[in-house]
Design a protein around this ligand. Structure first.
Ligand code: AP5
Length: 214
């Protein structure tokens, strides 16, 4: 099964992708995670992406299309995948279609997680993570045992710089202007499916399983 996950920042794409990938043995590729890792390691990709990410803007299409093409042609997405956070613009969506056609791969569904702005701001202002093991926490929904420390390794928890409220507002604006139009693209391909994302993670996951037949 090959899926793309769409939805505004904080709509739960990553949370649900991790669970579904484990259940269905799919490769989970989060372009945000790949870019953050590149920034952390100071690679060429990271240097290209860092400024855009810190402002909540999109990294240029050509950079992302090259990244996905490389993963496809080297077989890293064989056996089924969830693309989480790609595509994010119409050129990325048409670029992906072209790449998949060239490799005789079919995209089964584009799953859209629908969540309102207020809920998104609440979720992202409460998001913390462990820089050592990457465990995620959310105040007040998922608290660590000791305030500010990771349950697994006691490391000091951090926030993503792009989760600052002003940057989140820009990410939402960018989503509306640049990403929303790809819903129409996938509706035209008859593979768009929308899930009400403003429910508990378990309820959202159940709807996701119903949609993809897992
Ligand atoms: P990226 O990392 O993809 O950020 P995003 O799309 O803004 O997604 P998030 O990770 O913030 O949210 P999510 O929907 O995965 O939600 P999550 O499950 O984490 O991209 C970051 C940046 O990289 C972009 O701004 C851009 O600069 C660049 N980039 C990446 N891809 C690109 C591309 N294709 N083209 C160009 N640039 C690109 O959940 C969020 C929080 O809510 C968590 O704390 C979670 O615990 C909580 N939560 C989840 N589900 C629920 C629920 N049901 N109820 C309550 N809380 C919940």
């Amino acid at each position: 099964m090959n899926l793309v996950f769409l939805g505004p920042p904080g709509s739960g794409k990553g949370t649900q992708a991790v669970r579904l990938a484990e259940k269905l043995s799919l490769v989970h590729l989060s372009t945000g995670d790949v870019l953050r890792d590149a920034v952390k390691r100071g690679t060429e990709l990271g240097k290209k992406a860092e400024g855009f990410m810190s402002r909540g803007e999109l990294v240029p299409d050509a950079v992302l299309i090259d990244l996905i093409e490389n993963l496809l042609t080297t077989g890293k997405l064989n056996g089924g995948f969830i693309l989480d956070g790609f595509p994010r613009t119409v050129p990325q969506a048409t670029g992906l279609k072209q790449m998949l056609d060239n490799n005789a791969i079919r995209l089964d569904k584009a799953v859209l997680f629908d969540v309102g702005d207020q809920e998104i701001i609440k979720r992202l202002s409460g998001r913390w993570f462990c820089p050592k093991c990457n465990a995620g926490y959310n105040y007040p929904a998922k608290l660590p045992r000791v305030e500010g420390r990771c349950d697994n390794d006691d490391a000091e928890l951090q926030r993503r710089p792009d989760d600052e409220e002003a940057v989140v507002k820009n990410r939402l604006e960018v989503y509306r202007k640049q990403t929303r139009p790809i819903e129409e693209f996938y509706r035209g391909e008859s593979i768009l499916t929308s899930i009400e994302g403003q429910r508990s993670p378990d309820e959202v996951f159940q709807s996701l399983l119903d949609e993809v037949g897992g």
